[in-house]
Design a protein around this ligand. Sequence first.
Ligand code: MN
Length: 128
Amino acid sequence: MKNVLVVEDNERNMYLMCYILEKMGHRAIKAVTGEEGVAMAAEQQPDLILMDIQLPGIDGLEAIRRIRADRTSAAIPIIAITSYAMSGDRERLLAAGCNGYIEKPINPETIMAELGRSLSGTAPAADT
Ligand code: MN
């Protein structure tokens, strides 16, 4: 079981992400603003962070920068969840310090595959 911090302001997306994580046998830690995400990354030391980019207050890019700038959270892998995919976005996300990104709308299979890759040693739960 891994601890995964989900930073997401949209209730439906948060529900879906947590449902997928729990189905895969992981524990979801929830944050609904960038500021809260930055604080919980340092406090909770999750194994992975799923970071929405469009958030109230500081956006996901700024939150990623702050997480990377704090030595207690600097090494935690981050996957950005982004709803816009204009040219240059990928570069901006990677420059801010994220390890990968997933485009919205959230596809459960894509999320599970990415989580399987990112959480080494964990495979998606088998269909039952
Ligand atoms: Mn959002």
